[in-house]
Structures are given as C-alpha cells and as structure tokens.
Write a protein that binds this ligand. Structure first.
Ligand code: SF4
Length: 357
C-alpha cells in the first residue's frame, strides 16, 4: 500500500524513480487514493461499514485470500500494517506479513484497476521482502500482490542465498540516483503523467519548446521554461500566452488520434474504450412516486439523493412574485437560507484572466 509514514523514497515510488530519478509523488490526495485507503483499512480491521457492495466484494476477496495463506503456514504469526526498514535505505509499511518457521510471506493489497508488475520483478515487493529478510532472519520470503479488481494474484518466492544481494543493489541504485541532482531526467508518458514534478520539470519544458517551435504562428517565448524560475513579470506574461497554445495542441492531438483510431488505424499502446453517458434524473416528482410506491423509500431518505440548483430555485421564486418584486424576493430568499445555514458558499476562487484592451 502507500507508505504510511511517507519515507522520502518509499517502496511504492521506487518503480517510478527507477524510470526517472527525479520523479516525485503528487501532493495532496485524490478520490482513488482515498478509496484505496478506505478499502485497505477495511481489509485490515474487517470493518466493512461505509463501503459500497462492489468495494465490500473486493475487500472480502483479499481477506479470504490472506486467511487461506495463513492456514497453509504451520504455527503462523500474522502481522498487519508492519513497518519494515529496507536495508537502512528507506522504509515502508507492509499490509500483512505472515511468519512461519523459516519463511515470511509479505502480502500487499492493490485496490486499483491498473495491473501491477509481476511479483518476481516488482520493486515495491522487493523492498518489503528485503525488510522481512532483515527483520525476521528468514531464509525465504514470498511476496504476494492481491489485486481483486484485476482478478490478479501474483506471487514469487525469493531466497536469501540467491536473491538478497541483487535485490538490495537494485533498490540502492534507484535511491542513489534519486538522491543525485545530476541524474538525467527521463521523460516517459506514463511515468510523467503521475509525477508531481511536472510543473517544474526541465525535460518536459524542453519537449514543450520543441513543439512550440513547430507551430505555424511563431510565439515570443519566455527565456526560461521552469515556472518556478520565471521571476520577471514580462517573462511570466509570455509564459501565460504560451500555456493555452500547448493546451490547444494537446487537445488537438487527442481529437485527431481518436479520429485515426475510429478510421481503422492502430496507435501502439492505445485502444478505444467506451464510457456510459451520464445519467440524469428528470421529473423528480415522478421518480418520487415510483421509489416511494414500489420500493418503500421514505421521504427523508429520498431527499438526500436530490440536489437543488440555486439558480433554478431563484428563478422559481422570481417567477412566482408579483411584477417588479422578483429581485427583492431573491435577496430575501438568500438571506433566509444563509441565516439558517441552508445554503453555503464555496470559498472564492482566485485566477488570472487576460485584461481586455
Ligand atoms: S515529469 Fe520530469 S521529473 Fe517527472 S518523471 Fe517526467 S521527466 Fe521525470
């Protein structure tokens, strides 16, 4: 899982840093990360409250698999959420570690939808395995990744005699390069996509420059491309003019690529996927009649499923006032809703807009 105490070079980031030593985690959280954390906690504690049926099914599958692995190990001792030191190089938290007489089994839950690397080569698994070798003095460590959403279980057994040194050397090499500011930047589409250093990455900036130079309308370019190194307001203005051009270019690439694939061309590494369109409820009153009459949903459980558009509500209020009284009614409505705490306003958003000449 993600490494709880956040080592600088946590096991989950080693794969990315092996591709590019300057790769960084993205700051903050995301819906997918929050979901993963919730499901991990459920798998650890067995408390499934707050999960939807699909999430419960995935978590149950993990729990059953761990119980089966435990049953196969005589006299097994089970640790959950175990922090392991990785040869003094870094540290991480293994989801489950099962200890037998001479063996350890390290289990990592993966709740995502992108299949992880095989356990035999998975650098995150290698880091946990090294930690288990050191912490428990065992001769063999089996690494198991459980990824129920991909119907995937990958495992591999490493031995101290044959594997420990090469595993430690690979992890050490990745961290050494990541610590060296002179290491090369190595752009790779999939790796850069999840990198938190994109905005100030000189390699990406020079790729952007190469694109811009090929655009038909020559733009005046800023002297430097790393946003954090642009200190002159005039230079920042040039960068701001360039930004939408690059966005337009990216959108044009995506649109044209879609046309190519629809036209029968194959683009290596990409495939057409379909997503269901957004479902929209119309006629709330008719929906209420159905869910109440046929499915016994009470009003207090129906209402939280409904949302109200503030502007539509204001229009309804205005349309029902005598001529000339609409604006005052809307003001009064907003005062009352705000005073009662029934309508809250998100924080203001500050953004830069181009001045009109
Ligand atoms: S964005 Fe830059 S630093 Fe990040 S992975 Fe790509 S090349 Fe490396």
């Amino acid at each position: 899982m993600t490494d709880k105490l956040h080592a600088k070079h946590g096991p989950s980031s080693l794969k990315n840093k092996e591709v590019c030593p300057h790769w960084q985690n993205r700051p903050g959280s995301s819906a997918a990360a929050d979901e993963g954390t919730k499901m991990h906690e459920a798998a650890e504690t067995g408390h499934l409250d707050g999960l939807n049926p699909e999430q419960i099914a995935q978590v149950r599958e993990c729990m059953i698999a761990v119980d089966q692995l435990q049953e196969e190990i005589p006299g097994c001792i089970r640790y959950t959420e175990l922090q392991v030191d990785v040869c003094g190089l870094t540290f991480g938290t293994a989801d489950v570690v099962l200890i037998g007489a001479y063996t350890a089994t390290v289990i990592d839950y993966k709740m995502g939808r992108v299949p992880v690397d095989d356990a035999e080569v998975n650098l995150q698994g290698w880091a946990y395995a090294l930690g288990a070798f050191d912490l428990f003095g065992v001769d063999e460590v089996t690494v198991v990744f459980l990824q129920p959403r991909c119907d995937l279980r990958t495992e591999h057994t490493f031995t101290r005699a044959a594997d420990y040194d090469r595993m430690r050397d690979r992890v050490a090499a990745v961290i050494e390069k990541a610590e060296d500011p002179k290491s090369p930047y190595c752009p790779h589409p999939e790796n850069c996509q999840y990198c938190g250093a994109k905005a100030c990455c000189p390699a990406l900036a020079s790729k952007a420059l190469a694109i811009v130079e090929k655009l038909p309308d020559a733009l005046e370019l800023p002297a430097v491309f790393n946003p954090q190194e642009i200190t002159q307001p005039a230079q920042m203005a040039l960068a701001l003019k360039l930004a939408p051009v690059l966005i337009d270019w990216a959108e044009a690439v995506k649109a044209h690529a879609l046309e190519m694939v629809r036209g029968g061309e194959e683009i290596p590494g990409y495939e057409l996927k379909h997503r269901s369109g957004r479902r929209v409820i119309k006629e709330l009153s008719s929906v209420w009649e159905i869910v109440h009459a046929e499915f016994a949903v009470p009003l207090e459980e129906f209402l939280p499923a409904c949302s109200i558009s503030v502007s539509a509500l204001e229009k309804a209020v205005k349309d029902n006032q005598p001529r000339g009284k609409g604006a005052a009614a809307i003001r009064s409505l907003n005062q009352q809703l705000t005073a009662e705490g029934l309508c809250i306003t998100d924080p203001d958003i500050t953004y830069l807009a181009k001045e009109r000449n």
